[in-house]
Ligand binder design. Structure first.
Ligand code: ZN
Length: 253
């Protein structure tokens, strides 16, 4: 086993390399779910970082609908999910691949990587590592620097903020913030689908979520898959709204 593989498995025991992952899930979609891959519209909610090419899905499933922005949050929101739902080929399926990414150095340090054409290390995910630095600020009052011209980073930091203590108290905060980001992206994708289910022109949405592990250019990238599921859009319960008026705390105001 390559040293880098050993280092990756040490942190992410279930990680598999990008091309194996692609092969595995595409074969599964075709054989187990009778998907016609030519009629699958692929979408991603991945960080906009140029390094996120680790799986080869894009080569097989063309024209991805790119929902993601900094950190991998689905920044295209409801509007993006509705548009995506409207674009599924007739008789086809939807397939969304999502998650954050984290670099690993040749020595096994998480949160950094050596990129193509460079000798020095840079942060990966840069946006999440910046958010982590800002979470470490002892000043408890959070004031975003520039919302209008840096709104994705601002929203990413706000999304991480409720998990500040959990992230900072972890043995490996770089790893922990990536875990939290995964949970947030996963939750948001499910929520957006539920809210827009009636807009989809297909019956099935396949979801593949995980954490992408970026390695130095000479090695394959890896993916730690966390979920693979099929949502039957016809069986989705509409979102239940709960009356705030009946809330005990509200009544006791
Ligand atoms: Zn990133």
């Amino acid at each position: 086993m390559e040293e880098i593989t050993r280092l990756i498995l040490n942190h992410y025991p279930n990680a598999t390399n990008g091309s194996e992952t692609t092969e595995k899930y595409l074969t599964f979609l075709e054989n187990e779910y009778n998907c016609d891959l030519k009629k699958v519209l692929f979408a991603t909610s991945l960080c906009c970082d140029d390094i996120n090419i680790s799986t080869n899905f894009r080569k097989v499933l063309t024209r991805p609908f790119a929902m993601g922005g900094l950190g991998g949050l689905p920044f295209s929101g409801f509007t993006g999910m509705v548009a995506y739902g409207h674009h599924i080929p007739d008789g086809g399926d939807a397939f969304i691949f999502y998650g954050p990414h984290i670099g690993i150095t040749d020595e096994g340090i998480l949160g950094k990587m050596r990129r193509p054409g460079q000798q020095h290390l840079t942060n990966s995910c840069g946006a999440l590592m910046l958010a982590l630095e800002r979470l470490k600020a002892t000043d408890e009052i959070y004031i975003p620097s520039s919302y209008e011209f840096d709104y994705q980073q601002t929203l990413l930091e706000r999304t991480m903020m409720p998990f500040k203590q959990q992230i900072l108290a972890a043995d490996l905060p770089h790893k922990e913030i990536t875990e939290v980001a995964y949970q947030c992206i996963d939750k948001q994708i499910h929520y957006l689908i539920k809210k827009t289910a009636e807009e989809f022109t297909c019956n099935r949405v396949f979801l593949l979520g995980g954490i992408i592990l970026n390695t130095s250019p000479e090695f394959a990238d890896y993916v730690d898959i966390r979920t693979f599921e099929m949502i039957d859009l016809k069986s989705l319960e509409p979102i239940q709204s709960e009356s705030i008026l009946t809330n005990e705390a509200f009544m006791n105001l």
